[in-house]
Design a protein around this ligand. Structure first.
Ligand SMILES: CC(C)(COP(=O)(O)OP(=O)(O)OC[C@H]1O[C@@H](n2cnc3c(N)ncnc32)[C@H](O)[C@@H]1OP(=O)(O)O)[C@@H](O)C(=O)NCCC(=O)NCCSC(=O)C[C@H](O)C(=O)O
Ligand SMILES: [Mg+2]
Length: 286
């Protein structure tokens, strides 16, 4: 699975943001035609996104586009534009109907936003549709629809968050956590990132460039985790060379599954390092 720690929503009606996004350290960009764009700018935004895709983005960036729901005035035209422009993926908002998702299997990977109670209830069917590559939490819509509240621990969302992660894992999909709206609050944002990581998300969607450094750091293995992974592998190799079926490292039992975990940590760390030059070069403050 590619490195997908951060996914920045970029409003499709803001040429300055579309331009700026090219140089930002987001693993994915989600060019947005849906909720970031007011109705009167929908048509212009579609043209601006088409032009941005035509001009292209850096090679190591995955570029997705979130279209308007197909039930809206704009959805069908958005889809036609995207079939021609061929981004790396199409993000469907408010996904809840597996038949509609099946009808969108058009050769471009599909990402589903899970942000309605019906979407949560039908997750297994949605995640199983051929062509679906990832699930994206839409926590703002979901909080509103559930009549829950935005709390620091996101208690009202835990069922949906965990069910989405579980379904993504069951079907081999990438899974991204929802946005943190208070984009100047770095401490609260770091806690929300850590919670998402600990729940099993691969990364998190963000709304502002100033959130990228934190999300990229939290969803990457720490230096301590990398060190531990190396030592686990070394302890395992020693144990196997001695003919043992399991190893003990730092007083803990190590089995094959822990070896696989350690290998995954090192794989992610290598991918982060490969991006690192680009990230260290960016000293811009927001
Ligand atoms: C939240 C914002 C409206 C804040 O905008 P602003 O006050 O203009 O921020 P700054 O002045 O601090 O911006 C500094 C520079 O960064 C550029 N910028 C800002 N945001 C972005 C962005 N998202 N992508 C690219 N570039 C960005 C500005 O242009 C400034 O550049 P410069 O001119 O060089 O100084 C704004 O950040 C924003 O609009 N964010 C995105 C909002 C959005 O996409 N919303 C929809 C997605 S969230 C959602 O719907 C989730 C889900 O569906 C759910 O239900 O949960
Ligand atoms: Mg939404």
């Amino acid at each position: 699975m590619p490195l997908r720690r951060s996914a920045l929503y970029v409003p499709g009606d803001k040429p300055r943001a579309l331009e700026k996004a090219r140089a930002l350290n987001a693993d994915l960009l989600i060019l947005d035609l849906e909720d970031a764009v007011a109705p009167e700018y929908k048509v212009a935004a579609r043209e601006q996104v088409r032009e941005a895709l035509r001009q292209g983005f850096p090679r190591d960036r995955e570029v997705l586009v979130r279209l308007n729901a197909l039930s809206t005035l704009w959805g069908d035209d958005d889809l036609q534009m995207l079939l021609g422009a061929a981004p790396h993926g199409i993000v469907l908002p408010k996904a809840e109907d597996p038949a509609e998702v099946r009808s969108l299997n058009l050769g471009i990977p599909l990402w589903l936003t899970i942000e309605t109670p019906r979407g949560v209830l039908r997750l297994e069917e949605l995640a199983a549709v051929r062509g679906v590559a990832g699930l994206v939490m839409g926590t703002s819509d979901l909080v509103r629809e559930l009549r829950a509240r935005h709390t620091p621990g996101r208690e009202g969302l835990l069922f949906a968050l965990s069910k989405t992660v579980t379904c993504a894992r069951a079907f081999g999909l990438t899974v991204l956590d929802g946005v943190y709206l208070d984009f100047r609050d770095q401490e609260g944002f770091a806690r929300a990132c850590a919670q998402g990581r600990d729940l099993g998300f691969d990364g998190k969607t963000v709304i502002h460039p100033g959130q990228l450094e934190t999300v990229n750091r939290v969803f990457a293995p720490s230096a301590g985790e990398v060190q531990r992974a190396r030592e686990v592998l070394s302890a395992w190799q020693d144990a196997r060379a001695e003919g043992k079926s399991v190893a003990v490292y730092a007083g803990q039992l190590i089995e094959q599954l822990h070896v696989s975990e350690a290998q995954e940590v090192l794989r992610l760390a290598a991918e982060v390092a490969a991006r690192g030059v680009h990230e260290r070069d960016s000293s811009e403050q927001f």
